[in-house]
Write a protein that binds this ligand. Sequence first.
Ligand code: WT7
Length: 630
Amino acid sequence: MGRITNKNEYTEHYNLSMKDGDAYWGKIAEELHWFKKWDSVQSGNFDDLNLKWFEGSKTNMSYNCLDRHLEKNGDKVAVIYEDNDPSVKARTFTYKELHAEVCKMANVMKERGVKKGDRVCFYMSMVPELLIGVLACTRIGAIHSVVFGGFSANALSGRIQDSECSMLITNDGGYRGNKIIPLKDIADEALESCPSIENVLVVKRTDSDIKWKEGRDHWLGELMEKASTECEAEQLDAEDPLFILYTSGSTGKPKGLLHTTAGYMTYAYHTFRNVFQVEEDDIYWCTADIGWITGHTYITYGPLLNGSTTVMFEGVPTWPDAGRFWDICDKLKVTHFYTAPTAIRALEACDIEYVNKHSLSTLKVLGSVGEPINEEAWSWYNKNIGKEKCPIVDTWWQTETGGIMISPLAGITDLIPAHATLPLPGVEPLLVDSEGTPVEGNPAEGNLCMNRPWPGIARTIWGDHERYKQTYFSTYPGKYFTGDGARRDEKGNYRITGRVDDVMNISGHRIGTAEVEDALNEHPNVVESAVVGFPHNIKGQGIYAYVICQNAPENEEVLQKELNEIINKMIGPIAKPDKVQVTSGLPKTRSGKIMRRILRKIAANETDSLGDTSTLLNPEIVDTLMAGKK
Ligand code: WT7
């Protein structure tokens, strides 16, 4: 079947994938390398939830990302590494060089006792060893669990404990603009409560002063020097775990989504090439952090599976100034640029000169991911960055989906500002009403579900299959529920409207309201709290916290500072509330449930449309809340 190259082919691919999914995905997968072919393409369904793809096969992710290209493309650049410091020349790794580094790191892990099935945690900034390390895990069948370097010690230890990682890989410190994040110090603190960790490999990056635990801590660089550049790729089963990635939900602690080998690999491969349409000499840059799913699938696996050149950037968009992204685009001759709406809006708010002093003439395709992109930001991106000649792919997907699900194909299918448009092959979206009844016909609006399994779907939540069933498949039995609402236009194009559950999207980061509330409630003076998202110009959503205090705080600013510290400690700075309102009560139903709908409306200043509040246990609280609005 190959890559989709025109609109008719999109339709052909899509129709075949719906009519005979096994035939379709079998053909796609044949383009990858298999030590042994599969016995069956797909089995299991959304009732039994024992989903399997390419069962009976043997394959290896790192072999497909690296070895498969060596003969023809060994000297092609696989990764361009752009340092935080703009005066440092970008480093490149050819496929051959990357292969050697990955083998070395795999050998180091093996020598330190890591075996197939063991969990290895990465708590790093964007250093090359992160990308090399995850590939090294896949080479030996170890399961990587990358924890974003902005999370706190508490958040890190919770994730390490949950999946009982035996190794942690970190760096002494991480550069982010003009700041240094003390990663090793934070990791040390986390490890006080992580008995499963036997070895810590430390990358020297900032030369910061760090503590050292003999026997446990090792400099990765020293071990790498002695390691062999040959390491045979383990022949793994199709459903052998590939990685765990934690993400927030509407309730409880973060969930460790588990992705497995063959299906995820095939899906990453196929979605990358079709959505972005990267050609042989193109330079593709996704600005995400490898700590998120976007960085897994579309910095690392998707591009490398396709033999493309992928850019990895250590720094931030606004340092040394707001032109950094555009500077890099020109310097590295970037052709494909994939970022988040929050970054676009933040850069849009800066002087346009930061854009205009760069040519941006190499750009061919732009992408957006992480949250709905508003029309205004879409137009600015299109006009100022794409110069109205680059298609913008608005890619909708989730940590759980493994890869892009609904998106235009660059230069192939039609674009509509702020619309993710059409489902990719193999993806069968369905809109349902609150009862779960499918909303047929066009146009339509409803809750977005998926009606059939696709190869990249997460197979379970680590250690809690019941929670997996409960979270995604119980609201609408027999369907996967995304948690998002969407509209479908006359022609079947989807527009994602945002989460319909208690998950917030803050600058493209997914944060559960319950998680933030649990942290706020740790404050000795907080009796109860309720957290909602509210519209925010740059972040998309901001965090609005209502707190009930035991004793009226003497100084609300001090309280807010203390709450921020708790959030920093429990979760990380990304979850800090933008606004805190101290209140004497929260609107509750007669059964004692907080009416979040009302809190959201007040936070969003939409108090004209509060709806019926008379059924509340305490209707008078609504006026009080409105009067004290922050
Ligand atoms: C949630 C998933 C995998 C992408 C990175 C975030 C929102 C993501 C879009 C888009 C509208 C989007 C959804 C989704 N989202 N992309 N193009 N348009 N909304 O992954 O942290 O798992 O979050 O991000 O609400 O459910 P994530």
